[in-house]
Design a protein around this ligand. Structure first.
Ligand code: 1PR
Length: 553
């Protein structure tokens, strides 16, 4: 609409800015793109989104000639906001690329989180507490609330040292990850930057974005926050997963299998209709409003006959990202391929289409297994051409999730296999006390001579940001997560793990967080069948004393 006020958004790196545009429009503004440095002076309010590496971001800004115009904009006292790497850009430098200079508005260096006792990157919902030094007020900085949670995804941070920024007039909001306190947002005069993504932080994030765009730096909260309000730390992340495919009538539906079989059973064998649990866009919105911290779509149909650009999943993402302001992941079919007209399409091209349609992360299954096998075959050498490397290179490691579909293989003793085994508390059919986890591809249809340990170590080295850890034996059973598998994978890698398969009730979420060090937990069937809501899971976790984020209106 022409009478909506505008905000200028810098278009300088590949990345998912669609959700940011959606969020800006949602709070009543229209976006104008800054396509060259000459466009900057016209901007009254300027936002720099950020993805990927600090060095990549800065060198892009520099190469295109943006550094001076941005500094001029800030100096002129015009509203400026930086998000994520866009925040980091205003610092002096980053340990991520020490030789590259930042804008230097805050002459400090960012450094990497310590990964000795926690996963890195830091992914999930955390605080932005505006009273880090203790004096609590009812004054809010750009709509930030002490009890609200915001979505972060980053490996490098501005570590917080009390007084250091404040003495130069900066107002600071902090979060805590493990024992490290870092800057979640910082503001002075016309400058406001956030490490978290307001556009992915539900209503809490939209409020912050609106306050910035409305120029409302200071607002009254109405009440002084309590100690419980200001409890900081990464919350327990609960994800809702939608397996999507076409049914026999050709409609895209949310479905759910039992051990990956999605067809109705006729009593003896499967082979009936594809289970139809509803429409993807509506269901995603429902889970968002129940408080899901993320929504994952797995496209389990290959859409063999439609050109890639017409893939119906793109439309689902576009529509979902207009109403769902939490991170969206999309998986299925992300690999180098040949289109229906014979043109070659790279995995990176496909990922780009998904990002442009509103996805924040892509999830790679089968292709990751093949690439990891090749990685070892080449003597653990990276070749730079795999989907994992190309997509993480362009969009950052946090944008690449590896979905693993393992199946248990029981053995009498570890000596009978070359694979990494565990001693299990649930012995096999012949009393076998050991098992290894076999990687499968093509939705579990093909087993490989490759174990999960090998896979996760390789994909971490290749640049994956997160592991979505399914388990075919547990999938759809409602019997709880495979705790042994999760602990075994967690022990092997530093990147976050999402536990998946087997969730049947809220207690299973409590159990997986209590008995493993998983970073997130995912449920599907129990939500789709309406047995429990995401809110019930959150309430249950909260009841057992765990930190969660609740949905805000
Ligand atoms: O191999 O890159 O094309 O990706 C295909 C993706 O589709 C993979 O991520 C694979 O896990 C998924 N997939 C393929 N076939 C199926 C199937 O069910 N027939 N679904 C399938 C896997 C697993 C979970 C599920 C949890 C939780 N779904 O996401 O939602 O197991 O379920 P529960 O809580 O009800 O137990 P590529």
């Amino acid at each position: 609409p022409p009478n909506m006020p505008t905000v200028h958004l810098l278009d300088y790196v590949a990345g998912n800015v669609r959700s940011l545009v959606n969020a800006i429009e949602k709070v009543g503004y229209t976006v104008e793109w800054v396509k060259s440095p000459a466009d900057v002076p016209a901007a009254e309010k300027l936002i720099i989104p950020g993805v990927g590496h600090f060095g990549h971001c800065m060198s892009q800004l520099e190469k295109a000639g943006y550094v001076e115009p941005i500094l001029q904009h800030i100096k002129a006292g015009k509203a400026f906001m930086g998000i994520c790497v866009g925040m980091q850009a205003i610092f002096g430098s980053s340990e991520e690329d020490p030789q590259v200079k930042g804008l230097g508005v805050i002459p400090l260096q960012l450094r990497k989180f310590r990964d000795t006792d926690k996963s890195v990157p830091h992914i999930g919902w955390n605080s932005a507490n505006t009273s880090p030094t203790g004096e609590v007020t009812d004054e809010s900085l750009y709509g930030l609330r002490p009890s609200s949670k915001y979505y972060y995804v980053h490996s490098y941070a501005a570590m917080y040292r009390p007084g250091e920024l404040e003495k130069n007039g900066w107002a600071v909001a902090t979060a805590r990850y493990g024992d490290e306190e870092f800057v979640g947002a910082v503001a002075k005069d016309n400058v406001f930057v956030t490490q978290f993504h307001p556009e992915k932080s539900g209503a809490a994030g939209l409020r912050v974005l609106k306050a910035f765009l409305d120029g409302k730096k200071s607002q009254k909260l109405g009440e002084v926050p309590t100690a419980a309000d200001t409890k900081t730390g990464l919350t327990r992340r609960v994800i809702a997963c939608l397996d999507v495919r076409t049914n026999d009538q050709g409609d895209l539906v949310v479905t759910k299998g039992d051990q990956y079989d999605v067809r109705e059973k006729d009593g003896v064998s499967s082979g009936g209709q594809v289970r139809n649990l509803g429409k993807p866009v509506e269901i995603a919105k429902k889970y968002y409003e129940q408080g899901a911290d993320e929504v994952t779509f797995l496209n389990i149909t290959s859409f063999r006959n439609s050109p890639v650009a017409d893939t119906p999943m793109l439309e689902i993402l576009r529509r979902t990202s207009e109403t769902v302001f939490v991170p969206l992941t999309i998986g299925g079919g992300i690999r180098d391929t040949v289109d229906t007209d014979g043109t070659k399409i790279s995995a990176l091209d496909i990922a780009t289409m998904y990002f442009k349609s509103g996805a924040d992360k892509v999830s790679i299954g089968s292709d990751a297994v093949i690439a990891a096998e090749e990685y070892y075959a080449q003597g653990s050498q990276l070749n730079g051409k795999t989907a994992i490397e190309t997509i993480s290179g362009a969009y950052g490691n946090q944008a690449v999730v590896i979905s693993v579909d393992p199946r248990r293989v029981y053995v009498a003793s570890p000596e009978t296999t070359s694979h990494h085994t565990i001693k299990t508390r649930t012995p096999g059919p012949n009393g076998e006390e050991y098992c290894w986890y076999q990687c499968t591809i093509k939705g579990g249809r093909e087993g490989r001579d490759f174990d999960v340990r090998q896979l996760v170590v390789a994909v971490e080295a290749m640049g994956a940001g997160e592991i979505l850890l399914n388990c075919i034996d547990k999938d759809g059973t409602n019997s709880g997560f495979d705790l042994e598998l999760i602990n075994d994978v967690k022990a092997a890698i530093k990147i976050p793990v999402i536990a998946s398969s087997g969730a049947g009730n809220p207690g299973h979420f409590d159990e997986v967080f209590a008995k493993t060090s998983t970073d997130a937990a995912l449920g599907a069937g129990m939500f789709h069948r309406g047995e429990y809501t995401v809110k019930q899971v959150k309430d249950h976790l909260q009841g057992t004393g765990q930190l969660v984020r609740q949905y805000e209106d």
